[in-house]
Structures are given as C-alpha cells and as structure tokens.
Design a binder for this molecule. Structure first.
Ligand code: GLA
Length: 731
C-alpha cells in the first residue's frame, strides 16, 4: 500500500514513486499539519513535531491558549481556514447564517482505500487498484457542522500525489462558501524560484522563472477559462535547480475555469503554495446536506530538476488522464482549411484541397469555421448549427462522402458555447446568453457566451451538434471557444446562486463534452480556444489534443511549444505546417523547418495545398513518411530540453528518447546564422551510457556516454531558420 497510517506517530505516510508526503495529527485539538514532501524516506521515527515546529511549547494551543494566534499563524496546516489567526493564504472561506467568516477544522477520521474514486462532475486523473491508493481524511468545524473531506491519491510508480476536497454542510443552517481551494503545501525555506507559464493571444505559455522572495506571487484567471495569459500551473524549484538537478515541485489544476495559484514567502522564510478555483466571482451556497467538490490538483515532485518534473507530468497525462480511445494511437494527419480559405470556401474548394492532399498522403480534411447559418465573417450565426447549403452545395453528407471516397476522414469545427447577436438562436432566446438584466453586455469577437449553466440551453445546443454529427461520417471535432466570460448574470439562477455561475458554466461544458465523447466515441476531439487559451488537464480528460496557438510560425512555435511541453505531453500539442509568409508574423521559414517543428506535436497542415509553391508541395510526402516513422517515439518517449534559443540567441534543440533507450530523435533548429560565433556543440540526454548508437542519417556510431558527456557538434546548416533531425538507434 502506498499510503499508511503510522498510529504510534499519528502520521499518514504517502509514498508515490520516489517521493514521500507526510501529514501529522497534533495536539489534543487534532490539528492536521503538513510534515514533509520530498524524496522518499523510510518509515521509522520521523521527527514530525519538530518538523511542524510544534514542540516549541508557546505554540501548542491546548497547553497555552495565550499564544493561540502564534500557533495558527505558523502551523503548516494541510487545509488552512480563514478568520481565526492564520494570516497567510488560506484554503477555506465561508459566510455563515450569522454573517461570520471564521472556521476551524479538526481531524475526525480517515479511510485508506485502493484505487481512486472519480470526482463528481469533474475531470480528474484515474487509476486502478494496483496503480494507486487513496486517503480520505474527514475534518470538521464543530460550531458550523461543516465537514471537509480531504482526498489524497498516491501513484505507485510516479512521483505524483493528487489532492482534492469535498465540503459538506452537515448542519441545519445554510452556509456559503466564498473560497474552497484544493490544496495547501508548506515547504521549509525560501530559497526557491517560481516557474510559471505566461502569454497573450498568439504568444501562449512562455516560461517565466523568478525568485520567490517574500510576499505573494499570484497566477490566476478570472476569464471563465485559463486564458492565453496564464496557465493553471506553477512550480516551486530550489533556486539552484537546473534542467537536470535539484528539487522541483510542480502543481497543476485539473480545471478549465477561473483558477488561483499563490506562492507566498512567509515571515518565517517558508513557502506556502495554495491552488484551486479563483475566489474572485465565486460564492457557493450549501443548503443543509449539500456538498461541494473542489477540482483536483496534481502535485509532482522531482529531485532530477525541471526536466524530471516535466517527464513525470507527461507520463501521468498521456495515460491515466486522457480517456479518449485515440490516446495511444497515431492521430490522422489532418489538413485544416482555416488559414487556407478563412470563411471563403464552398464544396468545390474543399474538395480541390482534399484531392490534392490525399494524393500527397494527408489523411483527414477538417472544415473549420464558416459552414453554418449565414457565416461568411465572424459577425453572425454562432448558435445556428445548421449547414449553409449555399456554400456546401449538395449538403454536408455529400461533401463528407466525397472526401471519404478519397480515402480521407472528415472533421468539423464548432463553437458550441457561443451565440452571435445576429443569429436565429439569439433572436429566439436573447435571455439565454450570460448577461445582467438592464446592463449592456460587452461583445468580444462579436459574440456572447451562452448560459450553459441552464440545462435547457446546454441541451438545445447539444441537440443541434448531435444532429450534425449524426448526419455524416464525421470522425473529428474541433471545439473552439473564442471569448472570455463577463457580465456574469444568469436568468436561470436565483440571486443567491449568481456567484455559482462561472463554476456551473464549466461543469456544464464538461457535461457536454462527456455527452459528445460518449455518444460519439469514435470522434477525435481537439479542444481550442482562440488558439491555446484553454490548454489544461481538464480539457485533456475529454480530448487527447488541444490546438496550441493561432500562431503557426515555426520560430515562435519553438517558444510556445517548449512552454506548453513544460507540463503537457507532445502528443497533446496541436501543431500544423502552415503557409508563408506566416499569417500572424509575416516571417518566411523553410517548409522543411516548419515540418520539424510541427513534428513535435500532433502534426498536420493548415494551408491551401493547391496553391503553395511546387517545391514545398513536393516535400509533403517525405514529411508524411517522417511522421509515420517517428510518431510512436514522439508520442510515447521521454522528452528532454537541450538548448533554448531564448537563452543562447542562436539555436534550439530538444530530443525524445524511447522508454527502452534504444531509439532517440534529436531536433536541432538553427534560428540565426552567425559566423565565427559560438560552438554548436550540444550534449544529449537520457541515453544509455553503455549503449552504442548509430546515426541513421550519417551511419556514424557513437556511445551513449560520448553523446551525452562529450556531445556532438552540429554542422552543415547554412542560413537562418534551418533545421535538422538526428535519429539514433541502438546498435
Ligand atoms: C479560433 C481558432 C482558429 C480558428 C478560428 C475560426 O481563432 O483558434 O484556429 O478555428 O477560431 O474562427
């Protein structure tokens, strides 16, 4: 069992892979405190009291009530509550029927079970009885009769602990939750750096590393989705941790709505990390007997640097998170018509693209925005999910059949969460969008967000989608979401539940995705949000891949995909070869290089293949072959960052090594040509020291130790934006 209760020491010991996480019960008042999170330790004699600093007598409440507040404000609580004297970040905020905000928890009971129970209505990692063990700790506020059930799962073979909390009103009066976070971890010391992912539209998930210092660093979203700006991920790394060495703690929320993560350097030079649903715009009413489930936080521990953390996230997410049957399969190489035609297409145009694409080896045509209602620009028709037969002459079925006859699959775009003011849906039901009565709601990209919290609205939209998907042989859906939530008001919710809208909204999105993937299990679902504004593990639970960014420029993608791969596996990163000059940045890069960069993702095309230069078109069959040759390795192997051109200003390199270390693929991109400047020697990683590897392109052989420690010098590239692959196989 990965989790045990050590009764003599009053400790819970959770062992996950090479990590241990220890929780202690202390004092007669049964406080639940955090003892340790780090490299795996043996069971015998853990000095838990001194590690929690409670053997210093002034700080023990039952022995000395005079200094109770000093205790509360220093104790490393597993689930700190607001209002009694812990002035750091807390997890629980309430408003009771008397208007008070304080709560205090004590340990009541526990249960240890094999496996991992699902979370009600929420995506979460899963695991069977052999792979994980779950601990349920019941805590209680005796005055309010409010129960908090803390859930911890330890994964047997991965350095992963997941956490969540269920809050139940067992009293007789209603209680409102004003804050219900998912986890708190106190780490000793303050010599840490914070790593997070920041960005903007077309510039998502750039890595930021800053010193923690003292005070609070908050990464959060109140957009109703994570947004382009932040990702629900934060890592706390020893300040001298590198890619390969040092301790790193990664936290990632399995949630696609408003999130909050805070790292606080506290007065005693310790670090407190909390994560969960953003308390801004959140209030949840618990009537007697009702409960609330907080989303899951995945906590990864690495003593092998940032790279170790990344590979653990990848191992977890490409197995017990993604439910889709496509998870372990090579995905079809698709061609999407968005950058090829934008709204300007019809059946003939799409078939011309499909004919050419199929002759080159491309396997699926995806019809993007513009096929429904009167949608010829982004100013109308969202919500009217009815085929525009003026554009698609002969109907959808005819188009799909013709594409199928070419041996290609067919995919389609939807933006189910939205409505245009100029649409039949809005004209019939203006009250169905999120808005506040009497206030002009703001438009973004000419659209409003539907109030999916209202089941009638969600059903109506889903029925339209279902009809389309049942009409023809559609095997892929791109689910888009192109604006944030504002003007939070729901006609359906009573005033006392308006604060529940953002969370109810995302629960409804999850429910719709659940219905879609249950009714159409053969459909490959790719999530998208104006590019990559909703790239989170919650989305991956329903669909195995997410469109990474609307910026398809190969050089910008080096940075965007590197940041995304900090947490998310390459197999989840939607990446396409597009036309040049690039539509977002006007940069021209070699077609070959665009292929190398897209290869480190799902791989596909987004261009008018009938119009690109002949020499580019000729390269497509080679790229298709390259995808089929390397995709198993890229999807399943261990990913290593080798060189970052944001640091060295010249080149970028990464590699993927198969689990058995018999095969590796190195990608090297020379961003700038600069003569007589700097060594291009790179040192490889993750190989077996004693194995001899053969470079399948040059035929040269070299030992793993030489490749990793002496490295290789990259030659033969001339000019900006040039790239090459090095494929190594064990001799
Ligand atoms: C978003 C997506 C694009 C495309 C357009 C269509 O911006 O990110 O890929 O689907 O919408 O309107």
């Amino acid at each position: 069992m990965g989790i045990r209760y050590l009764a003599d020491q009053r400790l819970f010991k959770l062992d996950a892979g090479d990590a241990s996480y220890i929780i202690g019960i202390v004092d007669e008042e049964q406080f639940l405190g955090h003892v340790y999170f780090g490299r795996r330790i043996s069971d015998s004699f853990i000095h838990s009291d001194s590690l929690m600093r409670i053997n210093e007598s002034p700080f023990v409440p039952s022995k000395n009530n005079r200094d109770r507040l000093s205790f509360y404000d220093t104790f490393p609580s597993e689930y700190p509550t607001h209002g009694i004297g812990d002035f750091r970040e807390t997890c629980l905020g309430i408003l009771d029927s008397g208007g008070h905000t304080a709560s205090k928890l004590e340990f009541v009971s526990y249960e240890i079970m094999k496996g991992k129970p699902p979370l009600d209505g929420l995506p979460a990692t899963f695991g069977n009885d052999e792979d994980c063990t779950t601990l349920k700790i019941v805590c209680l506020d005796r005055i309010l009769n409010l129960e908090v059930i803390l859930l911890y799962t330890a994964f047997e073979h991965l350095n992963v602990i997941t956490r969540s909390a269920v809050i139940r009103n067992s009293g007789n009066d209603p209680i409102s939750l004003t804050k219900a976070l998912s986890c708190c971890v106190d780490l000793d010391g303050n010599d840490y750096d914070i790593i997070s992912l920041h960005g903007s539209w077309a510039r998502e998930r750039h890595i930021q590393r800053i010193p923690m210092g003292l005070g609070k660093k908050v990464i959060s979203s109140n957009r109703g989705e994570p947004g382009h700006q932040y990702n629900p991920f934060v890592a706390v790394a020893e300040s001298d941790a590198t890619e390969d060495f040092g301790e790193v703690y990664g936290f990632n929320l399995v949630y696609s709505g408003n999130f909050y993560a805070c790292v606080e350097g506290t007065q005693f030079e310790a670090a407190r990390i909390v994560m969960g649903i953003n308390p801004t715009d959140f209030r949840w009413l618990l009537e007697p007997g009702q409960e609330f489930t907080a989303p899951e936080v995945v906590m990864v521990y690495s003593y092998q640097g940032i790279g170790g953390m990344t590979r653990t996230f990848h191992d977890l997410y490409r197995k017990p998170l993604i439910r889709s049957s496509y998870r372990d399969r090579k995905r079809p190489i698709l061609i999407n018509n968005w950058e090829a035609t934008y709204f300007n297409f019809d059946t003939e145009k799409l078939l011309a693209i499909a004919r050419e694409a199929s002759s080159l080896g491309i396997e699926m045509l995806v019809m993007d925005d513009g096929w429904f209602g009167r949608r010829n620009s982004d100013n109308c028709s969202l919500g009217d999910w009815v085929v525009n037969e003026e554009k698609l002459k002969g109907g959808l079925r005819h188009l799909v059949d013709e594409v199928n006859k070419l041996g290609m699959g067919f995919g389609i775009w939807f933006e189910p969460e939205m409505v245009s003011p100029d649409s039949d849906l809005y004209r019939a039901h203006p009250e169905w969008c999120i808005h506040i009565e009497g206030r002009t709601a703001g438009l973004a990209r000419n659209q409003y967000v539907l109030d999916l919290a209202n089941p009638e609205v969600a059903d109506a939209v889903y029925d339209m989608m279902k009809k389309i998907l049942s009409e023809a042989n559609i095997t892929y859906v791109k689910w888009d979401m192109n604006r944030p939530l504002t003007d939070l008001g729901s006609n359906w919710l009573p005033p006392e539940r308006q604060g529940e809208l953002s969370h109810r909204y995302i629960l409804a999105v999850y429910k719709m995705m659940d219905r879609l993937t249950t009714d159409f299990p053969h459909i490959l679902l790719e999530n998208c949000s104006g590019g990559g504004a909703r790239f989170d593990p919650g989305m991956l639970y329903y669909g195995p891949q997410i469109w990474c960014s609307d910026n398809t420029d190969a050089i910008d993608r080096l940075i965007i995909q590197r940041g995304t791969a900090m947490v998310y596996p390459l197999s989840t990163i939607g990446a396409h070869v597009s036309d040049c000059p690039n539509h977002t940045v006007n940069r021209t890069t070699p077609f070959e290089t665009r292929g190398y960069v897209a290869l480190a993702g799902t791989f596909g095309y987004e261009l008018d293949v009938t119009k690109i230069p002949e020499e580019d078109r000729k390269m497509i069959p080679e790229q298709v072959k390259m995808y089929h040759k390397y995709n198993d390795l890229i999807r399943e192997g261990d990913y290593y960052r080798i060189a970052d051109f944001s640091d060295n200003h010249l080149y970028d390199a990464w590699m993927v090594v198969s689990k058995d270390k018999k095969e590796a693929l190195v990608t090297y991109i020379q961003v700038y040509q600069r003569p007589n400047h700097r060594s291009r020697r790179i040192r490889l990683k993750g190989l077996d020291e004693n194995t001899v590897y053969r470079d399948s392109l040059t035929g040269e052989s070299c030992s793993g130790s030489a490749l990793m420690y002496a490295g290789i010098n990259i030659t033969g590239l001339y000019g900006d934006f040039r790239g090459k692959l090095i494929h190594l196989t064990a001799v």
